[in-house]
Design a protein around this ligand. Structure first.
Ligand code: SF4
Ligand code: SF4
Ligand code: SF4
Length: 252
């Protein structure tokens, strides 16, 4: 059977998710079934589509990148967004809480007419994505599972439970009341990495589908956190996620 043509695209980001792909010990085995025809961090090949699978990291933050994602969508059978930047816009979406001009002038000074950036957003804001692999960076095993499923012509099964479920399964002591922990609203799949190491979850994977953000905000307020602090939590990685956006808009 012919190998599947796979491309890795990279938009504005730190390239950390691409690095996780490269550092995946299962990558060599995968190469028996896939041919990577574009992988900016690893190989000099840069072949145009059509592709069987495109993994895309990074956020859309310029008009040129909107055109790239539209073109990539047309040439990909499966388009998979990888990492917080590509799924929800990632850390840079913090700037979306300020008016565009104000955010630009903080970084570039008063003269911003030469700046062609737009509000950072995930790839799904512009084109249909077939699946999202969450995290900052992504989890290697989740990437491997996704490749295997796609090679079998299926989409991987999405997680539906919260980080708390994985945390409880590990028998961790709950950190919710001593550090504000976003595990209850965050989508599982990381194995509760942070709480397992004594740190509160800060939702780098974004919200689970039916996250009860209202309850989370209420409990955070009860703990004495200000609206600004709660906005900082909800907006840190997944500012554009539907479940968080609503609250980011109505908190002071
Ligand atoms: S999701 Fe995180 S690790 Fe991945 S590219 Fe964005 S900033 Fe880098
Ligand atoms: S520490 Fe966080 S993730 Fe773990 S059970 Fe408590 S709230 Fe949930
Ligand atoms: S525990 Fe939370 S912040 Fe840590 S890796 Fe998992 S989703 Fe991300």
């Amino acid at each position: 059977m012919a190998k599947k043509r796979v491309a890795i695209y990279s938009l504005t980001c730190c390239a950390g998710c691409q690095l996780e792909v490269l550092d995946n010990p299962e990558l060599l085995d995968m190469l028996e079934h896939i041919e990577i025809v574009k992988f900016p961090i690893a190989i000099g090949r840069n072949e145009p589509g059509p592709y069987d699978i495109v993994f895309i990291e990074g956020m859309v933050t310029t008009p040129a990148e909107i055109e790239i994602v539209k073109k990539v969508r047309k040439s990909a059978k499966y388009l998979i967004a990888i990492g917080a930047c590509a799924t929800y816009g990632g850390v840079p979406t913090i700037r979306n809480m300020l008016p565009q001009r104000e955010a630009e002038s903080i970084v570039y000074g008063k003269e911003t007419d030469h700046i062609s950036s737009i509000k950072p957003a995930g790839v799904s804001e512009y084109v249909k994505t077939d699946y999202l692999i969450h995290g900052c960076p992504i989890n290697k095993e989740e990437f491997s599972i996704a490749v295997k499923a796609l090679l079998a012509g299926k989409l991987p099964r999405a997680h539906t439970h919260s980080v708390c479920v994985e945390c409880k399964a590990k028998g961790n002591r709950c950190l919710f009341w001593e550090q504000i922990c976003m595990g209850p609203v965050s989508i599982a799949g990381c194995g509760a990495t942070c709480p397992s190491n004594g740190l509160a979850c800060y939702s780098c994977r974004g919200p689970k589908e039916d996250a009860n953000v209202e309850e989370f905000v209420m409990l955070a307020k009860k703990q004495g956190h200000s609206d600004a602090e709660i906005k900082g939590l909800l907006g840190k990685f997944a500012c554009t996620a539907r479940q968080y956006k609503r609250y980011l808009e109505c908190l002071e």
